[in-house]
Design a protein around this ligand. Structure first.
Ligand code: AMP
Length: 191
């Protein structure tokens, strides 16, 4: 099973993905988290990505596609995988499709978290105080929102056109409230 958790920066993708993983065993694969680890370790990938990320821009498609290609088989080996933060451009979505096609797989569902932009900025600034992420500054947040609107939103159309199940979920409220909606949307019942 291949799922994608989708939404603008600050919409709660990571929080919801961790819950889905905890309860249903879909392996959470977050490209942002992988990149932050690479930056922390000072690897060549981290060096290439660090400055781009801090400015709120997207790292090059090739770099991110290589990361996913190298990690997907292992992540997919169990109950399935939940991709978080990938694909973020139409080119990445096409690259993912061809990766999966080679193994006879496809994207099974997309859960798109819907949160108004005004609320997102407030949430991210709050998170900045707790986590101290380098890209949670006001300037970088604006750039990330811009990237989302101009490049990433098209990913939903890509999957809709293919007839992949795209579930839009209201991302307002507490993590528990949102998770209840997510669970209903993807049709997994905890029994
Ligand atoms: P995230 O944790 O998903 O918000 O990602 C943090 C940052 O990592 C983004 O703002 C980008 O700079 C970079 N990043 C993560 N995933 C991708 C991706 N699929 N394509 C390009 N850049 C990415």
């Amino acid at each position: 099973m291949i799922g994608i958790i989708f939404g603008p920066p600050g919409s709660g993708k990571g929080t919801q993905a961790a819950r889905i993983e905890g309860e249903f065993g879909l392996k959470h694969l977050s490209t942002g988290a992988i990149l932050r680890q690479e930056v922390a370790k000072g690897t060549p990938t981290g060096k290439e990505a660090g400055r781009v990320m801090a400015a709120g821009d997207l790292v090059p498609d090739d770099l991110i596609v290589d990361i996913v290609r190298s990690r997907l088989p292992e992540a997919e080996a169990g109950a399935g995988v939940l991709l978080d933060g990938f694909p973020r451009t139409a080119a990445q979505a096409r690259a993912l499709d061809s990766m999966l096609e080679n193994e006879g797989h496809k994207v099974d569902f997309v859960v798109a978290l819907d949160v108004p932009e005004q609320e997102l900025v407030g949430r991210i600034l709050k998170r900045a105080k707790v986590q101290g992420r380098a890209d949670d500054t006001r300037e970088a947040i604006e750039e990330r929102m811009h990237e989302y609107r101009t490049l990433t939103a098209a990913v939903l159309d890509h999957y809709r056109k293919q007839g992949v199940r795209v579930e839009e979920v209201d991302g307002h409220g507490t993590p528990d409230e949102v998770f209840e909606r997510v669970r209903r949307a993807i049709g997994i019942s905890s029994g």
